[in-house]
Design a protein around this ligand. Structure first.
Ligand SMILES: *Cc1c(COP(=O)(O)O)cnc(C)c1O
Length: 369
């Protein structure tokens, strides 16, 4: 029996050749490919600056550092996300406040954000769940009213648009962070990027990516550098960047196929799923459905060769966050969503035959015709 997982990378011969070419070149890291990849992301998103890093988690971390977020500050994000969207604030000693979701998109709800703003709030981290952009205009407006930064966690959302602007244009935010982990839309094996239109933030991101080191023209000798803040080694390698550059050329092809698969499921499976809003033109990363008995469905799907996944266990219910005072019951919509959600296979190499097969297996499990 053919088995299917919820997501899978798509590597072409051209992708492989791009990596091999770098392996034969003088620079495995700190070479020209990282800059080329960063430029390709700027060209695509319309952002002025891009800093490639070794993961989105690192990207979120240096985004918080660049904003000067630290102990005593609060950062608001959603519970329906991967851990990093919240952890990035904790890395810097700041506190995390969660805001509940909209049930139809599973994205953070701007009215819920409002309830959690205090005098200590510094930033909002909206997450474009499953690839659909959050409603950024009201989020940006609210942030401006309270003098807050906005950092978009767009780990799911390269290729997506909001009101005609590419996610990553930073039209409604200070910075946007992408992930290139193999399950995401394009991959560099591990990797991420932070984009921004702000030169000052860009300079800080570059420094935090590389040990807090600064080199500038005013220094008398080319061997000189100054460490002005405590940075990390969060660099992306040229091997990864070459893969990313090659994958970027395929982004439109990936988006078209992903939308085809989503349309197919929408049409052929009459099951509750996320609603795409008028403001969105998503490059979908996930196709979650809601099922009555999720636990049963999960195990039956595995037995039927469908290795599905749950996105996500609400972050506030993790032992680490419970120890900080959060508990089950704090975010009812997120918890309700979690109890029923399960993500179906969604990746470009699925053929129409695969999709028909997957839909048949799901219908058999749910006893629907
Ligand atoms: C995958 C993911 C991350 C982390 O990405 P890495 O590149 O693996 O560090 C952060 N946020 C969200 C929403 C994600 O899905």
């Amino acid at each position: 029996m053919k088995t299917y997982s919820y997501g899978k990378q798509n590597i072409s011969e051209a992708d492989i050749q791009a990596v091999v070419d770098v392996l034969k070149s003088p620079y495995l890291t700190c070479g020209p490919k990282v800059k080329e990849f960063e430029q390709a992301i700027c060209d695509y998103t319309g952002a002025k600056y891009c800093v490639a890093v070794n993961s989105a988690t690192s990207g979120l971390h240096i985004a918080m550092l660049a904003l000067g977020i630290g102990a005593g500050d609060e950062v608001i994000t959603t519970p329906i996300t991967f851990l990093s969207s919240a952890n990035c604030a904790r890395f810097c000693g700041a506190d995390v406040k969660f805001a509940d979701i909209e049930s139809d998109t599973a994205n953070i709800d701007v009215n819920e954000i409002k309830k959690h703003i205090t005098s200590r709030t510094k930033a909002i981290v909206p997450v474009h769940f499953a690839g659909q952009s959050c409603d950024m205009e009201p989020i940006r407006k609210l942030a401006q009213e309270h003098n807050l930064f906005v950092v978009e966690d767009a780990a799911h959302a390269i290729g997506s648009e909001y009101k005609g602007a590419k996610v990553g244009s930073c039209k409604y935010s200070d910075m946007t962070v992408f992930s290139f982990h193999p399950v995401k839309t394009i991959t560099t094996a591990e990797g991420g990027a932070v984009v921004t239109n702000n030169k000052d933030l860009y300079d800080k991101l570059c420094a935090y990516r590389a040990h807090g080191m600064h080199k500038d023209g005013a220094m008398a000798n080319t061997w000189e550098y100054e460490m002005r803040e405590l940075g990390y080694n969060y660099r992306m390698t040229d091997v990864q960047a070459a893969l990313g550059l090659s994958q970027m050329k395929r982004l439109q092809e990936f988006k078209t196929r992903r939308r085809h698969i989503v349309d197919f499921y929408n049409k052929n499976l009459n099951l509750p799923h996320l609603i795409e809003k008028d403001y969105s033109n998503a490059c979908f990363h996930l196709y979650p459905i809601l099922v009555e008995n999720r636990e049963n469905f999960y195990h039956q799907a595995r037995a039927a060769g469908l290795n599905l996944q749950v996105h996500y266990i609400p972050v506030h219910t993790q032992p680490y966050y419970q120890q900080l005072g959060y508990k089950w019951g704090d975010y009812p919509k997120a918890e309700e969503y979690y109890r029923h959600c399960i993500s179906l296979p969604l990746y470009p190499s699925l053929t129409d035959e695969d999709l028909a097969e997957i839909v048949n297996r799901i219908k058999a499990i749910l006893c629907i015709k």
